[in-house]
Design a protein around this ligand. Sequence first.
Ligand code: DC
Length: 222
Amino acid sequence: MKINIAIDGPSASGKSTIAKRLAKALGYVHIDTGAMYRCVAYLAIKSNIDLSDEKSLGKMAETMDIELSTDGRVFLDQEDVTEAIRNEDISVGASKVSIYANVRRAMVKRQQKMAEAKGFIVDGRDIGTVVLPDAELKIFQTASATSRAKRRYKENLQKGIHSDFELLKNEIEQRDFQDTHRKESPLKKADDAIEIDTSDMTVEQVVSKIISLISERSKFYD
Ligand code: DC
């Protein structure tokens, strides 16, 4: 039987990459909840809504249309924003808007609806603690700030973007601080989550470790 898998962890720890690979290998559906908070920031900036205007952000989060397609594309009010939501301004903006309770409530409601059935791999910060507290398998994926900054630096180089390594590392540390210290659903390992430190692991190693955890766990629910 298919189960639901929650993958939480800090920024740039490779959760989406791993979740995508797992979904493909196992025929599961991936839900990237970070992309949804990015959509909130993107639309707020586009609509000239101040990123500290909690009330307007909450209203917008209730009514905006977000669609995550099974091939990984993200649509916001029918506009394909898959690439547009990945830039640094939106990363910083998403971290800011995700502190608000009414923004989170609107997103959590959508996420719970999306993963009502089984067979979902959901990645984010509060999946194992708030969104899917009953997920059959919970992973807390971490990596040191240095190794996450190195990965981001390499990714940028491959895309032809030159970046400053120290700046990238600082931004990652700042976002970690913001995500772990906010009042609403701070990033926190669920008590029953399995922690995987991926600092010295390849993507393939992480994927195969989680696949074996999934097949072990699925046996309980057959
Ligand atoms: O995973 P990501 O970097 O794309 O997420 C963008 C921001 O959204 C990040 O700063 C934290 C926030 N986020 C959140 O608060 N809860 C989630 N479930 C997913 C992301």
